[in-house]
Write a protein that binds this ligand. Structure first.
Ligand SMILES: Nc1nc2c(ncn2[C@@H]2O[C@H](COP(=O)(O)OP(=O)(O)OP(=O)(O)O)[C@@H](O)[C@H]2O)c(=O)[nH]1
Ligand SMILES: [Mg+2]
Length: 449
């Protein structure tokens, strides 16, 4: 049972040694509990102030701290809040947390502070989810979106407008049913058009969010090519560190090696693979299988060719299996390129060794990555799975309403799916939502947030 009657406490900072740790207390007794363990007994706490002193317990001095006090509703949770800034260290911060519990607080559950902020109308459910995005994001773009939603309620505003449109339509229909003598039945064609606008709005939101999934989940970029073409060298150059082993021996990399990097705010998983060639060596064969696997899972492939050797028949065979739309062909070892060799217009020529052409590689990568984002839709919201599911359910209900409008059925049958659609929009925003939904959302948070 969700309740906000108790006062909760938790360590808000990450575990391990640090210069500072923060213990947060929220609820009716937050100030009283802090007062019990604070050395200065004659201070009357005020909102938005900080107090320097010591945490003590029955005369024992525990740590020098700063207390920050917030009066409801002007706090993160909307309740009375105290933050105790003590020295970092697990044992010390747990000791202070245990003291808070000793004097009346309960240990907070994961996400309980943010859940209280939501229950106290400090934010809607999508904003609470944005807090989660901010904490867990691997992507700078997701951070930008989440901050915008926290500040401006961008998603909430979009959904509010849609709900309002639907409510207006519903009111027109209901009025004509309840007062048939005074209110004419609305024109079915006009109703259908307005309903279509709502359906279109929610579909566009979901589709653009699904296309923008890479902002949340990132993209995989695999480096493929024959042995010795310089894959590991390029992998290391892009990461700006010597992660993969590079040698002059063909067949050095035997397994896939993955690392994360950020390109234009998008989280990229870069994958170095074993060189692909015909071999009887069983370990190398397994490695090559994994290279193909990596290529099939990656959204973008960089195929490397050693230009000192030139394009081989085997390269052509491999390239024919790759999608040209998502493949960047790289002619490496430009420094060794024989003058006589044919140059291909669609290849990017580089020398990982001398760094010549590396900028062209970055540009090509950025271009391919951009092809996966659809900023031209003007919508920069990326929905999480729960939100996408709600949108799909709203779309289903609106389609039912449309079918009813186009049929000869009485108009009150249109209002039924419309009411359900409105309820689903409410669920998306966390209005009138079930305890189960809330628990699912907030248990993904960490303790102390
Ligand atoms: N001259 C020159 N040598 C390069 C260049 N890039 C890589 N090499 C050299 O080519 C050799 C092979 O490089 P790797 O990066 O290990 O090649 P790989 O494709 O990962 O090879 P495998 O793991 O065996 O499939 C090394 O000796 C590198 O120093 C380049 O641009 N110019
Ligand atoms: Mg290698």
């Amino acid at each position: 049972m969700i309740s906000t009657d108790t006062t909760i406490a938790a360590i808000a900072t990450a575990r391990g040694q640090a210069s500072v740790a923060v213990i947060r207390i929220s609820g009716r007794d937050a100030w009283t509990i802090a007062g019990r363990i604070f050395s200065k007994k004659n201070v009357a706490f005020q909102h938005g102030r900080f107090y320097h002193g010591w945490i003590t317990d029955e005369g024992d001095i525990i740590d020098e701290v700063l207390l920050l006090t917030f009066k409801n509703p002007k706090s993160y949770t909307g309740e009375d809040v105290v933050e105790i800034h003590c020295h970092g260290g697990d044992v010390l911060s747990h000791k202070i947390l245990n003291l808070c519990v000793k004097y009346g607080a309960r240990m907070a559950m994961p996400g309980e502070f943010t859940m209280r902020a939501f229950l106290n109308n400090k934010m809607d459910l999508t904003q609470a989810e944005s807090v989660m995005d901010l904490i867990s994001s691997r992507s700078e773009r997701l951070i930008t979106q989440a901050s915008a939603n926290l500040k401006n309620r961008s998603l909430g505003q979009y959904i509010d407008e849609m709900s309002k449109g639907l409510l207006d339509l519903q009111a027109q229909i209901v009025a004509s049913i309840d007062f048939p003598d005074e209110v004419d039945e609305p024109d079915r064609q006009v109703l259908a058009e307005k309903l279509n606008e709502c359906l279109d709005g929610i579909t566009r939101l979901r589709e653009s969010a699904q296309r923008n999934r890479m902002i949340r989940e990132g993209l995989k970029v695999a480096i493929l090519g024959m042995p010795n073409s310089g894959k590991s060298s390029l992998f290391n150059a892009l990461l700006a560190r010597e992660r993969s082993i590079v040698t002059e021996h063909a067949g050095t990399t035997r397994d896939v090696v993955t690392e994360s990097l950020d390109i234009d705010g998008i989280p990229i998983t870069l994958i170095d693979t074993a060189g692909i060639r015909e071999t009887r060596h069983s370990i190398e064969m397994m490695g090559i299988q994994r290279s193909w696997q990596a290529a099939s899972e990656a959204q973008i492939v960089m195929y490397l060719i050693d230009t000192s050797v030139g394009l081989l028949r085997y390269d052509t065979q491999i390239l024919s299996k790759l999608d040209p739309q998502t493949t960047i062909v790289v002619g490496n070892k430009k420094d060794l390129l024989p003058v006589s060799q044919k140059k291909y217009a669609n290849w990017i020529y580089v020398s990982v060794k001398t760094q010549e052409g590396m900028n062209d590689i970055y540009e090509a990568l950025q271009q391919k990555i951009r092809a996966f984002s659809h900023e031209e839709t003007g919508m920069t919201i990326s929905l999480n799975q729960r939100q996408v599911k709600c949108c799909i359910e709203v779309e289903e209900r609106l389609k039912h309403a449309q079918e009813a409008i186009h049929s000869t059925l009485p108009l009150d049958l249109v209002t039924l799916p419309m009411t359900e659609a409105l309820r689903k929009l409410d669920e998306l925003m966390g209005r009138d939502t079930t305890e189960e939904v809330l628990t699912n959302v907030f248990q993904q948070f960490c303790v102390g947030k």
